[in-house]
Design a protein around this ligand. Sequence first.
Ligand code: ADP
Ligand code: MG
Length: 380
Amino acid sequence: MTKNCNNDYKMKFSLEEEFPDLSQHNHHMSKVLNKDISNKLRSKSIPSGFTLDDCIQTGVDNPGHPFIMTVGCVAGDEESYEVFKDLFDLIISDRHGGYKPTDKHQTDLNWENLKGGDDLDPNYVLSSRVRTGRSIKGFTLPPHNSHGERRAVEKLSIEALNRLDGEFKGKYYPLKDMTDKEQEQLIADHFLFDKPVSPLLLAVGMARDWPDARGIWHNDNKSFLVWVKEEDHLCVISMQKSGNMKEVFRKFCIGLQEIEDIFKKHNHGFMWNEHLGFILTCPSNLGTGLRGGVHVKLPILSTHAKFEEILTRLHLQKRGTGGVDTASVGCVFDISNADRLGSSEVQQVQLVVDGVKLMVEMEKKLEKGESIDNMIPAQK
Ligand code: ADP
Ligand code: MG
């Protein structure tokens, strides 16, 4: 096992002395971490030096979140999921509906397998978006990147993305070359990520050396975008106004696979295995890493007593208009797939397309003062 002097130092203290106080915590990590697991894992470290303490730091520092059930744990390398398997397996099962260590994930990026999705009512669906993260093999993950490594990932990404052409032809804009005003405008238009200010992200070191080696690449009409070094090495996004999710998914699948081919030619494939699918920093994103969603206006349905239950039954989640940490503005919600692991990209986007269609029908019924009781789906 590789030496991590800081971790060796901690081993001078007993398990009892080192074990964190999680009595006030409520997230997936605090639910499953116990002293037996800690005892087994706390002396281990990955060749890069990442340790159990590094994995769980964000969860120790952040007892919970007002809107979502957080994970409380991150990976620092591809190997984290293997070396700290005893912890990650339990977290993954708890977060992903009982997904077992022997389960196999499915990948399907053939957009033609999606049924429908080109006709979500634009009077309600304002925009459609599909995103996923990708980690580039041969580098540690963002919580653990050194300054130089982060710059190397950025350099490789620019080289690869600059080879895209046709509808994907675009340009890279490093954050450090943008004015505050330019950044604010891109964020307000929902194209760019915000500086990590959430304590969840700060505790894993996501904002170290900000804004160096971070940026956004996008095609000319800003319908295909790649964030470089936000929460993952890459976040690939396809988005456009209105309700044609099929077109958004088509562009997502084709562009993403072109990017992967280019990275492979540079001898840097994406981290993936049969069990976990695409390997990403946050265990909640394992599998497809996909969040396909729409901004949809639901003024009446969103105040209905069964709104939350409907979302759960449709395997959907809601976020605010400005993203995960925000509230809804003007009854516009970001409705997206809740599951990422164990089902394919096509299946997850299909749930969004079918679910949103149903919710818009419900909204229209409610507008007419009619009941939606017989439209609520059964528990799947
Ligand atoms: P993610 O983790 O998928 O990137 P966030 O909740 O962090 O999502 O939000 C990132 C940005 O994407 C925010 O500006 C949010 O408003 C925007 N966004 C998310 N879904 C949509 C959508 N369907 N249409 C337009 N913008 C969206
Ligand atoms: Mg995000």
